[in-house]
Ligand binder design. Structure first.
Ligand code: PRX
Length: 650
């Protein structure tokens, strides 16, 4: 019986686009054809069609010095103008750019004309604070319109933003401020989360006190009205300053290769890396994928990407892609379940959202709560669903399509990374037969392959390492201040092919299935965390002698952080309140890095499994954390160790 059901499921797990959808789809088969015929010509055409260039480019790609690519590099544009002014000039000023929904229920519609005006004022305000071309500005804000205004204002004047997710700690903020030598922080008094005010300004004050001193000014948006300390001469209220600023601001052109932003992400070492993105190439691919993968009809669609602007998804698919395309979108400040578990679906109904882009972890949480919650709302406006951040298991895909999408609309699973800047692998709705669980095919103009460890392409359906074999417009241009690390991390393994750090395989139809990270990077609720970074945080605690961290699979969050810690003899001697020690260490990580990094479990142990050369065997710890039979222990220096650790963990 089970076999039959499985078989039946297998069979229905191909979904051809409906003829009605295909007939109206923005993207057709011809995109693949023209990209195959002339890849660079294809990207040049996209760049010209989708963007407005103050100085047209004549060169498409310069790859003479790999891995340092230059795209459209004799062209000039202004990214903010592309997202704003040109739409107003085209007569779309009255179109809503942002339907803002605050967590407490306040809401505000902002048209393209209004957003343009605000960004111009903010650009003047930044220039008034001495910010100019190439200067770095840290942005530490909740999901409020000012976050988007700030990013665009920074871009407009050719400065470089570094958005730091509001959930990160003062230490994390300080290290990002220092690495980029930011001159200004834009923050808020606080934001709303889970029905409460979370203060941001005190964290900024702490971060500045810890940092090396590059910050000259702080701009503070008033959002929650909680008391904040104001440092005379350094801190300025956004509303006071913006009110004084002029609404006239000409958008100067910048070179296509001018850096647009730095975004820090976790790698295999303890130190987050500042991924650098450019202007012209980045915006081209963000706009191209946003239009074609999400089948955007900007006159009629209401688009909603639930990501925070603190992550790359928020950069490319809340700010740059949608606004470059003149889309109308929803921006929601809070959590999905505040004040009630149907909040997201209420928002879909209220704004008649037609395109929804979210993460599998969210879908799985909704699955747990049950379909009766979304069923209380009218979700019939939805016509396309997207997924990002981690593999979406077929069950969640089916649930998403049926319960949220009413059973017949496309679901696109999009694979990409902070480093790739924009979507790289995805179905094109209207073209591709959809297959739950697979991210499917490279988007037109992107070249993907799967290699064995020695760099030969994998034949057949075996798993291997995912690479991008040709440069792409939105590729990272480097790691801020560390060209060596850039080369080492991505380009050393396979020459001038980009090593993504993910495992993947192709099935018999040539569809790509992502198999998770092959390095020490974890994926918790679609957020990237480094085992090394959490280990160094644990070791920084005075009680810790040694620590090992693994990502264990978790039903809701994809992976969860599980730590194994050996306490110092002095601490261990204080008695055996293991639960208290473990709680203290969990809290410590949350304070040092941010709540997203808080381990699900911290096990206090006496030993860690090590090879004869002293390397910790995380594989065995992962077996333990996932409750599996412990794998091969023959390479351990002491083969009885796992037995002892298992006893302790119990
Ligand atoms: O492991 C892949 C996973 O997320 C990693 C990138 O994380 P980040 O830079 O934070 O960007 C997340 C949002 C683009 C990848 O190396 N990942 C992302 N999307 C998918 C995915 N894994 C499987 N399927 C996806 N659709």
């Amino acid at each position: 019986m089970t076999v039959q059901i499985d078989h039946a499921l297998e069979e229905i797990r191909r979904f051809r686009p409906s003829p009605e959808f295909a007939a109206q789809a923005v993207a057709g088969e011809e995109l693949y054809e023209s990209a195959r015929a002339d890849r660079l010509g294809f990207w040049a055409e996209q760049a010209r069609e989708l963007l407005t260039w103050q100085k047209p480019f004549t060169r498409t790609l310069d790859w003479s010095n790999p891995p340092f690519a230059k795209w459209f590099d004799d062209g000039e544009l202004n990214v903010a103008e592309n997202c704003l002014d040109r739409h107003v000039e085209a007569g779309l000023g009255d179109r809503v750019a942002i339907h803002f929904e605050g967590e407490p229920g306040d809401s505000r519609d902002i048209t393209y004309a209004e957003l343009t005006d605000e960004v111009k004022r903010a650009a003047n305000m930044l220039e008034g604070l001495g910010i100019g071309e190439g200067d770095r500005v840290a942005i530490y804000l909740p999901m409020i319109p000012e976050a988007i205004v700030s990013m665009l204002a920074v871009a407009r004047i050719g400065a470089i933003h570094s958005v730091v997710f509001g959930g990160f700690s003062s230490d994390s903020l300080a290290s990002r401020i220092d690495d980029a030598e930011a001159k200004l922080v834009i923050t808020a008094d606080g934001g709303y989360r889970k029905g409460r005010v979370f203060p941001l300004k005190p964290t900024v004050d702490e971060a500045i006190a810890k940092s090396a001193g590059s910050i000259e000014n702080v701009l503070v948006v008033r959002r929650t009205g909680n008391e904040v300390d104001v440092v005379d001469g350094r801190d300025h209220w956004w509303h006071d300053t913006v009110a004084e600023a002029s609404g006239e601001h000409a958008a100067k052109p910048f070179n296509a290769e001018h850096p647009l932003f730095i975004l820090y992400t976790s790698g295999t070492t303890g130190k987050p890396k500042g991924v650098v993105h450019s202007s012209g190439g980045y915006l081209t691919q963000a706009a191209f994928t946003h239009k074609n993968v999400f089948d955007l009809h900007p006159e009629t669609d209401v688009y909603w990407c639930t990501a925070d602007v603190g992550w790359i998804t928020g950069h490319s698919y809340v700010v740059y892609g949608p606004l470059a395309n003149g889309a109308t979108q929803v921006v929601y400040e809070g959590t999905p379940d505040t004040p009630h578990p149907g909040r997201w679906w209420e928002i879909v109904e209220k704004y008649q959202v037609s395109i929804l882009y979210t993460a599998p972890t969210a879908i799985r949480s909704f699955m747990k709560l049950g379909r009766q919650i979304p069923h209380q709302f009218n979700l019939r406006s939805l016509r396309l669903l997207g997924s990002v951040g981690e593999p979406i298991n077929p069950e969640a895909w089916i649930w998403y399509r049926h319960v949220i999408g009413g059973g017949s609309i496309p679901v696109v699973d999009t694979w990409w990374q902070t480093e790739t800047g924009a979507i790289m692998i995805s179905a094109l709705p209207g073209v591709t037969d959809l297959k739950p669980g697979s991210a499917q095919v490279a988007v037109p103009g992107v070249s993907i392959d799967i290699l064995t460890d020695d760099g030969t392409p994998v034949e057949g359906e075996e798993g291997g390492l995912l690479v991008v074999t040709e440069p792409w417009p939105s590729m990272l241009r480097g790691i801020w201040g560390d060209p060596e690390r850039f080369k080492e991390t991505y380009w050393e393994k396979f020459g001038d092919r980009y090593f993504a750090g993910d495992g993947a395989r192709r099935d018999e139809d040539g569809d790509i299935w992502l198999l998770g990270r092959v390095d020490d990077v974890m994926n918790v609720s679609g957020h990237r965390l480094s085992t090394a970074e959490i280990e160094s945080s644990l070791v920084a605690h005075p009680w810790t002698a040694e620590a090992a961290v693994v990502g264990a699979s978790d039903e809701t969050t994809g992976q969860a952080v599980v730590a194994f810690v050996i306490l110092k003899a002095s601490q261990a001697a204080h008695g055996d309140d293991v639960a208290a020690a473990s709680e203290e260490l969990r809290k410590h990580v949350a304070t040092q890095i941010g709540a997203i990094a808080r381990p699900r479990q911290v096990f206090i142990v006496n030993e860690l499994p090590k090879t004869r050369s002293g390397k910790i065997m995380r594989r065995l710890l992962r077996d333990l954390a996932e409750g599996r039979q412990i794998g091969d222990t023959t390479t351990l220096a002491d083969t009885s160790i796992m037995q002892i650790i298992s006893e302790q963990v119990k």
